[in-house]
Ligand binder design. Sequence first.
Ligand SMILES: *Cc1c(COP(=O)(O)O)cnc(C)c1O
Length: 421
Amino acid sequence: MSIQGLVEQPTIPSDIPYNADSFNKVVMSTYGRFPIALERGAGCRVWDTQGKEYLDFVAGIATCTLGHAHPVMVEAVTRQIQKLHHVSNLYYVPEQGQLAKWIIDHSCADRAFFCNSGAEANEAAIKLARKYGHTVLEIANPIILTAHASFHGRTLATVTATGQPKYQKHFDPLVPGFHYVNYNDIRAIEAAVTELDEGNYRVAAILVEPLQGEGGVRPGDVAYFKRLREICDETGILLIFDEVQVGMGRSGKLWGYEHLGVEPDIFTSAKGLGGGIPIGAMMSKKFCDIFQPGEHASTFGGNPFVCGVALSVCETLEKENILQNVQEQGEHLREGLRAIALKYPQYISEVRGWGLINGMEIKADIPLTAAEVVKAAMDEGLLLVPAGPKVVRFVPPLIVTEAEINQALKTVDKALAKLTA
Ligand SMILES: *Cc1c(COP(=O)(O)O)cnc(C)c1O
């Protein structure tokens, strides 16, 4: 399954000028960046402008499901750009129809809407939920419940939906109509649904991640999600799952909700959907005619280019039985990380996750941070990404091999040995 060797390790220095100071003079400082620039990739490996090789367990933040320079993507991108790449939604886009059909054939959904990112997909779901609240439930002020420690995006509505004050600071006034409850807490959600039924205000939708990604790689509880489904069935409240990070095979099943034994009314996808090209989607089961023509749109959304490429990625996941690899390698990774945790009991408190989205949590009462572990691993040639201050996240391409997992485990062990010496 590995495609190493397709792209040779660069032996000549880069011809792309990279200088952090001049970069920062022209690009807004919205990101805290590590001091390297990556310029080439093949499979699960990338190389920086100095020619240093890294094993990539970030995969563009859980997007590059087929790794880098995968022949299927190279072929699909080339084919689609030569044929037609963008025409707008003024016309029928056959590739969009094909991708929607694939998603519907492989999920509980009946219909799809396409956009360009996770935040945009969630925006669409929020707008749909509000219209549903007004027109179907007849609520003057529909409320959307979301979870503390959630992450739903950076646009104004999705950053409001995100139950983490650190992302909202200085951006108030936030969008009204959101209320937060503790994740995996049945009593909290029951209380909120009852208490928020007052005058013109009522809950119209519950928006949650099947596994909280950015919030620290926290899987949902089966009992909690079963109760969410019951509450929504009893009240008509829409159940919306944000599958942006955990969906499209990352969890070892195609959708995160398959781990929880319940189906949502609406779910969103983005990160892994196009294997690293920018695409987002909102899927709906049953409630497909809430939006009327002209009520929601995106200029780039679902263009021939992204849909043609995403369809090739989807078909490859299936044809090459990649979900089985995700399950097997995920198990192997967690076993290895748990063995490492046993070696450093004063530092590591827990290893958890599904498939190839896993987190290693650092003990709360010690100063060591996830960012420090990530930095130490990077120095040793392994790319990782924090999920909050105390959790190190492992989200390699879904084609990762056992040998690559073993190499990553060895590197994490080495990085921890250095940090704790
Ligand atoms: C990354 C992420 C988003 C936001 O996606 P963007 O493409 O960055 O807008 C939303 N929800 C979840 C669960 C995510 O992980």
